[in-house]
Ligand binder design. Structure first.
Ligand code: ZN
Ligand code: ZN
Length: 410
């Protein structure tokens, strides 16, 4: 059994450092019913911090799967008005959003990919305005993991259910620096400082392109937007309040220039998308567009994912993560992006984060012209390896090593 005091410290960390919940602010928590005990700890901590109200959005993997298999077909094209209004209402109150995820990577395997795609399109429409506010950090949000039995058994198949859940808790707590000895909150302050300093160095260079190469066969040129910004660690919401959107986070990221990515890229880890596992993914890109997408397994799901809309076949994120990050040193495949993306350099196809200087004062049109991709989807895929090299290219052609052997050399 995991010591309750460690879970308590994790709950505090999410409320105080993660969302940095302010007095009188509502908190919307998404959580699986299986993890109600931990959600209760978070809610109690939130009220202690002066939360106005904790609003729960419960879900259940069993019911989600039942719905995809058995619900009336028309359901998957519906955009419920109440859902739109739900987010509008709480965004107006400047609520903080916490997603406690416990993803079973195989929950939706065997489900009709068309149903998944149609549901992604209609829910994308329903939550479009809210997602924009979230991705531009207008409202504070945080994503963090909590083990479920199925997820734990996927990660640790040889352990009993109880042992697997304990082992996954231990791994999760390590990734968020809760060790029961040092203060996790203090460790996060130091970590955030370090990430910011690498981001600032890269911002100083203003590379025109990054060149990625490794022995898997990746050979990709990624153009960056003019006046791009590298970000990492923490964000500031519309009121200027700091929050940490992903716990854990080890990445420094920016937005690629939509039409300036060329070459071949191979994934270095399986990608778990909508409950299906996509293995040995390979993309060929021309003038930014994914013109060839193949995978050893899950290829059909992958092809659907990059055709949800026009922007889904262009990149929206380039993130650098040292190969020697605490998460990759654990050597565990979590089958989930929140963890696995922080173990390796990655890209995402779909919506770009507005990582531009003065992004907040730019219109959507201006952001588009600057080269930011637009889509209702955003899917990370891992490409970092032990032998990855990333080279920054300045407008005059000068090549500056950014990463060698998977780690920062800048
Ligand atoms: Zn990322
Ligand atoms: Zn991402």
């Amino acid at each position: 059994m995991i010591d309750a005091s460690l879970l308590q410290e994790y709950a505090e960390l999410l409320v105080r450092t993660g969302m940095n919940l302010q007095e009188g602010q509502p908190l919307v928590v998404a959580c699986q019913v299986e993890n109600a005990p931990f959600a209760r700890m978070v809610a109690t901590e939130a009220y202690k911090q002066g939360c106005r109200e904790v609003i729960m959005r419960w879900s259940d993997d069993f019911l989600t799967r039942e719905k995809y298999l058995k619900a009336a077909d028309a359901v998957f094209d519906e955009t419920p008005a109440w859902l739109v209004e739900f987010f509008e209402e709480y965004d107006r109150h400047h609520a903080a959003y916490l997603a406690l995820i416990s993803p079973d990577p195989e929950n939706l395997s065997g489900v009709d990919p068309m149903r998944l795609q149609r549901a992604a399109i209609s829910s994308g429409k329903a939550t479009r305005a809210h997602s924009k506010r979230q991705m531009s950090d207008e409202i504070p949000w945080c994503v963090a993991g909590v083990p479920s039995v199925k997820w734990a058994k996927k990660v640790f198949p040889d352990l009993s259910e109880e042992e697997a859940v304990d082992a996954l808790w231990q791994a999760i707590l390590k990734t968020v620096r809760v060790d029961g000895i040092h203060s996790a909150a203090d460790a996060w302050e130091e970590h955030i400082k370090k990430l910011s300093s690498v981001a600032e160095k890269l911002n100083g260079y203003q590379f025109e392109k990054l060149h990625y190469e490794n022995s898997l066969g990746t050979d990709l040129m990624v153009g960056l937007c003019k006046n791009h910004r590298w970000e990492g660690g923490c964000s500031k919401d519309g009121n200027g309040v700091r929050f940490v959107a992903n716990m854990p986070t080890e990445e420094i990221f920016t937005s690629p220039k939509k039409d300036a990515v060329d070459g071949v890229v191979y994934a270095s880890m399986p990608l778990c998308h909508h409950g299906s596992l996509i293995e040995e993914l390979k993309f060929v890109l021309k003038a930014g567009k994914i013109v060839e997408a193949t995978a050893k397994s899950g290829e059909e799901v992958l092809k659907k994912a990059i055709t949800v809309d026009e922007g889904a076949s262009y990149l929206g994120e380039a993130a650098l993560v040292p190969y020697d990050s605490p998460i990759s040193n654990l050597g565990i495949l979590f089958y989930n992006t929140l963890y696995d993306e922080n173990a390796a350099c990655h890209f995402a196809f779909g919506q770009a984060y507005p990582c531009l200087q003065n992004a907040s004062s730019m219109s959507e049109e201006e952001q588009r012209e600057a080269g930011l991709n637009e889509s209702d989807t955003h899917v990370d895929f891992m490409i970092g390896t032990k032998d990855l090299s990333v080279t920054g290219i300045l407008p005059d052609g000068t090549r500056i090593p950014v990463m060698r052997e998977g780690n920062f050399v800048i």
